[in-house]
Design a protein around this ligand. Structure first.
Ligand code: NAD
Length: 367
């Protein structure tokens, strides 16, 4: 498989044209009048196994934004799953709607029916805006869903494991930059304190890091500030903070020309998917500015690792956590590799993913 560098604003062209750009295998548009469901499911690549990746619920401004997001996210899942050593391909779904207002049982069960129609080519799970109750509804209509509640023998909310992976990935970056992986006393800005952000804040404050948080919702911020020793900053001020580590845990494309001109950190390590607005330009720019960028799809793989152990066998949390813990070594080795090869860290991670996919394609041909 070849891959082109993807820029956040590459939204032009026909649907098939956009699919061809990054060799997406299948894109399914879903509409249902009674439930009001409007969703898009994207299967990017199934060389390593059935496409797996969460569903995002978001009030997209328009259809083009939703399509662009699902195409980018599903492509990201292919590389995330490959680099984490999982035998699943890349896929993702988006539901167009406001997660605070538009959720109903009917909506999620209808979505489950659409997932079921793909007969296992795509396995869904949680992403932004989706909780375990929603997953439970989806699971009433299809077996091709993971991250089911523990009461249904599922792996539950993947966010704590995602946060653990981000945390160890951040520590590996600290080891590379500061010579020690201790985060005590480090000034860390967490952007977005939802499912993953909250668990990350917990781990960071336990280690006595100096944590700053921001979010678009006041109630979310208040809840975190009541539980942990943190300082709240305004949404747009986060980029101007005097900080050591910037941890994007909200949405993508926050590493761009504007923010890079403002960021004074030495490490970027967070949970958000597709953090680089333009993969080549902004990964190079981080390198030139002396910022160590921990590739998002490498260090935020904990959630899909957790879900994977529900997909392939009777779920075992210990096994999932052990695998997520390896993100420390994966990341540290990657930083060394990028340095030796004089390439940016994003490219180094992509090279590992692309090689694994190419190797497994050879294996399939050899049968
Ligand atoms: P979430 O919806 O629970 O939390 C996201 C938070 O970000 C929300 O509180 C939201 O209000 C806030 N937010 C949105 N826009 C913001 C902005 N401009 N500034 C500040 N805050 C903003 O989602 P989550 O599950 O915690 O996921 C966070 C990110 O991590 C997403 O990009 C997601 O794709 C990625 N991710 C999540 C998982 C997982 O296990 N949940 C796994 C891998 C990657």
């Amino acid at each position: 498989m070849e891959t082109v560098i993807l820029a956040e604003d590459s939204k032009t062209g026909s649907v098939l044209g956009q699919m061809m750009l990054n060799e997406h295998e299948q894109v399914v548009f879903c509409y249902d009048k009674p439930s009001g469901l409007k969703a898009i499911i994207a299967v990017h690549n199934t060389v390593l196994g059935p496409a797996a990746g969460g569903t995002r619920m978001w009030a997209y401004q328009n259809e083009a934004d939703a399509l662009n997001d699902v195409l980018r996210l599903s492509r990201g899942m292919t590389f995330k799953n490959a680099v984490a050593g999982l035998n699943i391909g890349g896929g993702k779904a988006v539901i167009i709607g406001d997660a605070r207002k538009d959720k109903t049982e009917l909506l999620f069960r209808t979505f489950g029916k659409f997932v079921n129609n793909l007969n296992g080519k795509y396995i869904t799970a949680e992403d932004v805006g989706i909780g375990t109750q929603d997953i439970e509804y989806v699971a009433m209509q299809t077996k091709y869903v993971a991250g089911k509640p523990e009461t249904m023998n599922g792996s539950g909310d993947p966010s704590p494991v995602t946060a653990r992976g981000v945390y160890v990935g951040m520590k590996a970056a600290a080891k590379k930059v500061y010579g020690s992986d201790s985060l005590a006393g480090k000034k860390i800005a967490v952007q977005g304190v939802g499912h993953v952000g909250e668990h990350l804040v917990k781990l960071l404050t336990q280690e006595n890091a100096k944590v700053y948080i921001t979010d678009i919702y006041e109630d979310v911020l208040k809840n975190i500030a009541q539980q942990y020793k943190v300082e709240i900053v305004a949404v747009d001020k986060i980029y101007d903070l005097d900080m050591d580590i910037y941890a994007p845990c909200a949405l993508g494309a926050t590493i761009n020309d504007d923010t890079l001109a403002r960021l004074k950190c030495s490490i970027i390590a967070g949970a958000a998917n597709n953090q680089l607005k333009d993969e080549k330009v902004h990964a190079d720019a981080c390198q030139q500015k002396g910022i160590l960028y921990a590739p998002d799809f490498l260090i935020n793989a904990g959630g899909i690792i957790n879900v994977y152990y529900e997909i392939i066998e009777q779920y075992n949390r210990e096994r999932a956590l052990q695998h997520a813990e390896k993100i420390y070594d994966y990341a540290y080795q990657l930083f060394l590799e990028a340095e030796t090869q004089k390439i940016n860290t994003h490219q180094a991670a992509m090279n590992i993913a692309l090689k694994r996919i190419a190797d497994m394609e050879k294996l399939q041909r050899n049968r």
